[in-house]
Design a protein around this ligand. Sequence first.
Ligand code: 3MF
Ligand code: MG
Length: 344
Amino acid sequence: MSQFKFSAGPWNVHEGGDAFGPTVRDSIPFEEKVKMFAKMGLSAVQFHDDDAVPDMNNMTLDEIKEAAKKVKALLDQYGLVAEFVAPRLWEDGRTHDGGFTSMSETDREFAKWRSERSIDIANELGCDKIVLWLAREGTLCYESKNPVQGVERLIEAINGMLAYDPAIKVLIESKPNEPIDRSYCPTLGHVMAVASKTNDPSRVGGLLESAHAILAGLDPANEMAFGLAFDKLWGVHLNDQNGMKYDQDKAFGAENLRQSFNQVKVLIENGYGKKGEYIGLDVKAMRTQKIEDCYRHLANSMKVVQLMEEKVAKFDYALQKKLVAERNYEALEMYVLELLLGSK
Ligand code: 3MF
Ligand code: MG
């Protein structure tokens, strides 16, 4: 049994399309995914605004709230809750150049509208977390935006959300690139800095995805530690990533067991989860996976977290202390490798 509660998004069970080929699996209806998440032992679902209310752009506020209420009833039926709602500001025609930092004023108004509707949907779903994955808040063409103004616009947009609802919390999910070339908020450090400049820093924190840290050339466990040191790690997306290339969303631990161990270790050592935080997964099945077995990457990731929890429980802190005093880091490193390889 894991000490953590897990969450996943409906997009984690996807159709397998990539930049060079079409989808390879049929879409699975939302309710079926929810049912399966519950059966697998997940506790919460992560939502984009339009995962909850698909046709929201063409709906009135009342219609949006009604539709969200139905989703809440569905979650209740399966004993799940909503972890967060994230405005999807990267697919609509009005977000081609970003949302909050778009150079078009009408596009920025659309981003504001979607952010406020995300808050309305979160309220109906009974959650107080809004996640901002700032997909296109940056540039493809460097000279197309003023970078200082970009950061200011981001802060302004967050201030707007904080003012719209005095109870809502905003979690920025940092990522250095993809789909854009250069992001205005690439790391957790940037998240902390942006938070500090908003009108209510106590309600702005971060969500760290392992793969995003690796894409920034950083260690995910250290990024988590940085957020934890500021008491601002309010969400994680555990997954794995083979180096600095396209965003892979591999199953947690599939590439780097030691790095995965240290992520679970830093979370446990700092009481992550004690205030209700979830171990969010943001993993995608390989394109080759058949539909009959397309939840396996989620189950595998949960299993790896659990196995790493067992390794952390076994970790010999007395030995660590002794080896640190002797400055015998070769021995400490070998101890960790043997622990992970099962010979300790
Ligand atoms: C992209 C991501 C996103 C976010 C999601 C929720 C589509 O790299 O990680 O997944 O996690 O938008 O914030
Ligand atoms: Mg993510």
